[in-house]
Ligand binder design. Structure first.
Ligand SMILES: Nc1ncnc2c1ncn2[C@@H]1O[C@H](COP(=O)(O)OP(=O)(O)O)[C@@H](O)[C@H]1O
Ligand SMILES: [Mg+2]
Length: 292
């Protein structure tokens, strides 16, 4: 019993320190970019933290004064769910933008929990888009065209959350973005498939979007208790160098609980290790890359 109380005290103290650290971080400068940064978040592997990273980085940036739009490009609509945005079949969504030329302005909605944060939702209709796009004119550039026709300059960041494949939806996101952020889960097989992603990026760069560059790699779901996680992190750093953010996102139950409350972890439990890590990662992003 005494042990339990001691544990509880330690955990309260840890939380108190975390909150204090979080508030002192608020005093640091979060530069706003001089033009809208369109960041595609992709990795064809499922479950590596694309959606979690899109939502929590977007929430962090918005909570520090940036205007942020999350484009949900996954038919599952997980980013829309986590942002508390409706995405049943009747909601005008990114599907209508890509397939029916609906302007983005008609589908973008504010995320209810966080000021400055907006979402272009995805519905299950998007599942058909992968096939329907095949016969469309400029099938790889439809998102880019929609973004060009939209006043993206009212935003500091547009983050595009991709589905777990390298199909036409992800290609649209690569053509639409200036930067690519690759989340890598600190697990065995993490690097498998990255070669294919990088080759796709090179093809897009050569033929469809010269501006695209891999700007950021974020290590996710890091379990400090395992040697494997440390090994994967080391491999990624030696392979990709300084595009890898110094911040790693720890595995944290609070991060995985937040979406079921229609929230990011940044509002669900701002003092949790996951929220603090995403805030640090967003801070590095705001500074254009790894901060020492
Ligand atoms: N840092 C984390 N700690 C614990 N669970 C996480 C973390 N990041 C993501 N998850 C969980 O892992 C699963 C996959 O994450 P998700 O972001 O949906 O991946 P993706 O979009 O790449 O498929 C989700 O259930 C999510 O809640
Ligand atoms: Mg996802």
């Amino acid at each position: 019993m005494r042990e339990a109380l001691k544990d509880a005290k330690v955990s309260r103290e840890t939380t108190a320190t975390a909150v204090k650290t979080a508030s002192s971080r608020r005093d640091r400068e979060w530069p706003r970019p001089d033009h809208c940064r369109v960041v595609t978040i992709a990795n064809q592997k499922g479950g590596v933290g694309k959606t979690t990273s899109s939502v929590n980085l977007a929430a962090s940036l918005a909570m520090h004064g940036a205007q942020v739009l999350v484009v949900d490009l996954d038919p599952q609509g997980n980013a829309s769910t986590a942002l508390g945005v409706e995405h049943h079949a009747e909601v005008p969504s990114i599907y209508e933008v890509l397939i029916e030329d609906m302007p983005l302005d008609d589908i973008v909605v504010p995320a209810p929990e966080i000021p400055n944060l907006y979402c272009a939702p995805a519905t299950l209709n998007l599942a058909g888009a992968e096939i329907e796009l095949v016969s469309k004119v400029a099938r790889e550039s439809r998102l880019r065209r929609a973004l060009d026709a939209y006043d993206t300059n009212k935003f500091d960041y547009v983050l595009i959350d991709c589905p777990p494949s390298l199909g036409l939806l992800t290609v649209n996101a690569l053509v639409g973005g200036d930067e690519l952020l690759i989340p890598i889960q600190c697990e065995y097989y993490a690097l498998e498939g990255l070669g294919q992603l990088i080759r796709t990026v090179d093809l897009v760069k050569a033929h469809l979007n010269q501006k695209l560059r891999v700007s950021t790699i974020l290590l996710t779901m890091y379990d400090a208790r395992t040697r494997l996680a440390a090994q994967v992190a080391e491999d990624v750093r030696s392979h990709f160098g300084d595009v890898v953010l110094n911040t790693v996102i720890p595995r944290s139950v609070r991060v995985s609980e937040a979406p079921s409350y229609g929230q990011s972890v940044m509002t669900y439990d701002p003092g949790s290790s996951g929220a603090l890590a995403y805030s640090e990662a967003a801070y590095e992003m705001a500074h254009g890359g790894a901060v020492q």
